[in-house]
Each structure stands twice: as C-alpha cells, then as structure tokens.
Design a protein around this ligand. Structure first.
Ligand SMILES: Nc1nc2c(ncn2[C@@H]2O[C@H](COP(=O)(O)OP(=O)(O)OP(=O)(O)O)[C@@H](O)[C@H]2O)c(=O)[nH]1
Length: 552
C-alpha cells in the first residue's frame, strides 16, 4: 500500500505539474491513464462496507436508501494521493445519485482503466447478481473484474460459498475474495474496523469449509490484492507516459527554438531592455545596466551570504524586468514617451517658422560671404539644416530625462515589491542607491551620446535627398540665376521648402519605424510564452515520472 501511495503521489504531482485534470491536454491525460475503481453491486449488497474495509476507515454516510441501490464510485487515485504517511486520508466519492442514469454508470464502468469491484451477497443467488450482470456486459473476459462475495456469514445454515470462492460457479481471471463485513448490529454497537477485521479473519480460520482458503479471504487480503494490481497497472503505463513526455518536450523545444529568443533576451541586457531612441537617421540605444555588488572572498560563510545577496538582487532584477516587459505595469510609459511626447515636442519646434524667408536669406547670404553662390547655395543649405537639427537637442535631452524619471519610478516600485528586501533594510538601501547611481550614470552617457548623434546628423547630410530634388536644368529652366534675382522671394522660399522636406524626412516617420522595428508579432510572443510554460511543466512532470521509475 505504501508503495502504491508514493507511486500515485508522484504521478499526481506529474499530473498537477502538467495542469492535467483530464481536459484540454495534448497528452492522453495522465488521469485517464490512471486506474479508477468502481464498486458495483445491488442494493444493500455491501458496497459501502467493502469500500470502508478496504480503506480501513469508516467514512461513508450511513442509512438506508442513500445510494438507491445504484453503485458507489470511488476514484481510487484520489483516495490514495491524499493519503499522507500518517495514514490520514481524504476520499472523494462520486455518488450514484449524481450519476443518475444507468447510461452514465455504464459509460463509467466501460472505461478500460476502470477496475470493477463486483459485489455479490452470498445469501442471494449469484445468477441474479447485478454486479456480475454489469461486469459481464462491460468486461466480458473479466480482466478488470474482482469478484467480491459479501455476507458469507449470513448464508443459510449448512450452505457454504466454497464453489463460488474457488471459481467453479462463475469463473473470473482474478480469484474471488470472500469477506465478512460488519453487520448492522455491529455498526450500531460501533464495532471498530480493527476488531471487525480480526473477527473476519477468525471466521474464515475457524470455519472448516473455508479454513484452506483463509490466506486468500478477507478485507485485508482484498486491499492488498487491489493495491498490487493498481501498482502493476500504473507501472505498466509509465514507459508509455515517459516516451510521450519526452517526445512532447522535444517538440516544444524545437518549436521554441524556431520562434527565436524574445527581444529582451536577445539584447542580452541584464537589468533593462534596450531602449531605442532614434535621433536623425540612426538608432541610438540607451542601455542601462546595473552592477550592484562585486565581492571577492575565499570564505565559504561569506560565499553563502554573497549567494543570498545575489539571489535577492536577482529577484529584484526579475521584478524590475517584469515592469519593463509588461508582466507588471509601468514599462508602457516609456513607449508613450517615444510614441507621443517626443514627436509632440518635435512638432513644437516649428521648423517652418525657423525657415522664414528672412532667416533663410540671412543664413544663405552669411554663408555665401563675399563670394555669392553660383548654382545652389551649398553652404547656406548646410547652415540652415544644421540650425534646424541643433534645435532637436532640447527635446532629445528632455526625452532621456523623462525615460530616466520612469526608470527611477520603476526602481522604487520594484524595491517595494521585492519582499525579500524588506527583511534586510541595509541591503534595500544599498540596492536602491546602486540602481539610482547606475541610472544617473547611464542617463549622462545617453545624453552625451545622443547629442553626439545630433552633431553627426548635422555634419553629414543625406546626399541622395538633394540629388533627387528636381533640378531647374532638367525642367528646361535656367540653372543659373542672375546675380540680381538670386535672393528673390520664390528662390528663398524654395530653399526653405527643401530644407523643411529634408528635416521632415528625418523625423515624422521615426516613431512609426521604431514601433515597427520593436513590434514583434503578438501571436508569436504569446506562442513563445505558452510553449515555454508548457515545456517547464513537462520537464517537471518528467522529473516526477523518472522518480517513479527509479523507485521501482
Ligand atoms: N452480517 C453481515 N452484514 C453485512 C455484510 N456486508 C454488509 N452487511 C450489512 O448489510 C447492510 C448493507 O450494507 P452496505 O454496505 O450499506 O450496502 P450497500 O450496498 O452500500 O447499500 P446501499 O448503498 O444502500 O445499496 C448493512 O447493514 C451492513 O452492515 C456482511 O458481510 N455480513
């Protein structure tokens, strides 16, 4: 029995790990593979009494008509798994009153994993036994049927059940087992199970007709036989389950591999995913990392403490990452800054005003100096573009500050949500100081690099854009303007329009591109998360089932 309990417990854990409760699983469910016992018999045949004496406990409600003569069903696995080593036991009964129709009863006992405990009272004709009738219909070979003969003590004087018990009256592959349960009088007198079993044993041993069968009779023997049978059935299913789990695990691994790593993991950044800020034509990443502690020591005790500290930091890390990844709230505010705040700030720059005719004229003439341009005001264009781009510095810096503010807020939140940190106030302060220090340092570096990027954008103009501009010559016009009409309104206006088009080309689309680039297909993301979770479950189920194998 102990073996069976530990075996079923392990399988139960495997089932629980897989979330396998018989529904919606891709595995032929483990529950389905585990045997279930149905105690079947006519009214008052002794079903409850047998069930209780097999378990060795009084647990069923008493009173006539409780089950209206229909079978009680007992999910043996549920019975076993809840039994701990102290022998406390919880049993879930599927009452026949719930299974109201005989159709349901048949569909239940017809299941190949259902073991039928066919209860027939010895004081009635076996030919009229309901249990044998049902068993014969759903299990014609009797392979799943255990014939149990009750009320042997109530047989007419001088009659004995030897022919049945020795399998001559009705042959079953599993030998018949006779039991003597407590009578109604015994129950009324509260005769306990131990005393009842003792008396049962004495009954068989002291009745000359049954003496030779004593070792094969009684409730205790029935419990043993049943346990052994269950153990064998369960074990016979294990190799199949194992190969199924191995196969499914391999399939999940392959599929996960095909999906690739999630963005954050690919970026390889421990604390924060990379935040891309597009300034000009390039992407710039604000990679913010944190190195909280670095200790060196040969001391094992110290190593233990260090391990604890690192574990707590890892938990903090995890929570912080969850905020950014979306598993916890907060990270989406960063996206809002790039998607909303930054473009709005750029719009406010109003390049059109900046490119007023006076300003264009001023910058173009200044750039020309004492040698007016001949074909196009090359230097003038460059100055105008530079003056526009330089004004982006302000919004870019403000964006970094805003992201920085959110990241700090998330550090605060994560610190609060890391329960383990509550226990160690000093560590808590250290972790938040280190995090803020890192964030400050990264903010400064990000600003420096972002501004450098703006400068780069000013220094190098996308030549293609100007090459594609419609040329006066190609239009059949005069490419060169007379020195006198060079600064006319229409000419200056065209320069302003070209510069604006160039600057617009750099910015309006940026956040869309950003979103597109970072926007992994949500279905793929969901699928990946789902697969990873299932894979983890299958691995723990595998470990549980391996342990069963090992314990064989
Ligand atoms: N003397 C004696 N009485 C028994 C034996 N088995 C059962 N009884 C008595 O028979 C009566 C019916 O037994 P139960 O175990 O309740 O039978 P059941 O099949 O569960 O009954 P229902 O649920 O009402 O169909 C009870 O009073 C039991 O004490 C037995 O082997 N010997």
């Amino acid at each position: 029995m102990e073996n069976l309990i530990s075996l079923v417990n392990k399988l139960q854990r495997a089932c629980t790990a897989l979330g396998d409760h018989g529904e919606g699983s891709t595995l032929p469910t483990l529950w389905d593979s585990l045997p279930v016992i149905a105690v079947v018999g006519g009214q008052s045949s002794g079903k409850s009494s047998v069930l209780e004496s097999v378990v060795g406990k009084d647990f069923l409600p008493r009173g006539s008509g409780i089950s209206q003569g229909a079978p009680w069903f007992c999910n043996y696995t549920e019975l076993m798994v809840k039994e701990n080593t102290q022998n406390s036991c919880t049993l879930r009964i599927k009452d026949s009153q719930i299974l109201v129709t005989s159709l349901l009863i048949y569909s239940f006992v017809a299941l190949p994993n259902c073991i039928i405990l066919a209860i027939s009272p010895a004081n009635q004709d076996l030919a009229t036994s309901d249990a044998i009738k049902i068993s014969r219909e759903v299990d014609p070979k009797g392979e799943r049927t255990f014939g149990v003969l009750t009320k042997i003590d109530l047989m007419d004087k001088g009659t004995y059940a030897v022919d049945i018990l020795e399998g001559r009256s009705y042959r079953l592959p599993h030998p018949w087992i006779g039991v003597v349960n407590r009578s109604q009088q015994d129950i009324n007198k509260n005769v306990d199970m131990i005393a009842a079993r003792l008396r049962e044993r004495e009954y068989f041993a002291s009745t000359p007709q049954y003496k030779h069968l004593t070792d094969r009779m009684g409730s205790e023997h029935l419990a043993k036989i049943l346990s052994k049978h269950l153990e064998n059935v369960i074990k016979s299913r294990i190799p199949g389950l194992q190969s199924l789990i191995t196969k499914t695990t391999a399939e999940l691994e392959t599929e996960l591999h095909c999906l690739g790593k999630p963005i954050a993991a690919d970026a390889g950044v421990r604390l924060l995913p990379v935040v891309y800020l597009r300034i000009g034509t390039r992407f710039y990443n604000l990679t913010i990392c944190m190195h909280v502690f670095s200790y060196k020591s040969q001391d094992m005790h110290f190593m233990g403490k260090l391990y604890t500290i690192m574990e707590i930091c890892r938990m903090f890390d995890g929570i912080y990452k969850e905020h950014l990844d979306g598993a916890r709230p907060g990270g989406e505010k960063i996206y809002y800054i790039f998607d909303n705040q930054f473009p709005v700030a750029l719009k406010r720059l109003q390049f059109e005003k900046h490119l007023s005719m006076e300003n264009v004229k001023k910058l173009v003439t200044q750039a020309d100096g004492y040698q007016p341009h001949l074909i196009a005001p090359e230097q003038g264009y460059r100055r105008l573009i530079e003056s526009c781009l330089v004004s982006i510095r302000g919004p870019a810096e403000a964006t970094i500050d805003a992201v920085h503010g959110i990241l700090k807020e998330l550090v605060h939140k994560s610190i609060k949500e890391t329960h383990e940190l509550k226990q160690f106030p000093t560590l808590r302060v250290e972790v938040s100081n280190a995090a803020f220090k890192s964030l400050d340092r990264m903010r400064d570096e990000s600003k420096k690099n972002t501004l450098k990027l703006v400068d780069m954008e000013c220094d190098y103009l996308t030549v293609d854009f100007f090459r594609k501009l419609p040329q006066d010559v190609e239009k059949g016009g005069n490419a060169t303007h007379s020195i006198f009409d060079r600064y006319t309104d229409s000419y200056l206006k065209r320069i302003g329009t070209n510069v604006l088009a160039y600057v617009d080309m750099l910015f309006p689309v940026q956040t869309k591109q950003l979103s597109k680039l970072l926007d992994e297909d949500p279905e793929v993301m969901d699928r990946r998360a789902n697969l990873a979770k299932r894979l983890e479950l299958y691995r723990s189920a595998q470990a549980e089932i391996d342990a069963v194998e090992w314990a064989k």
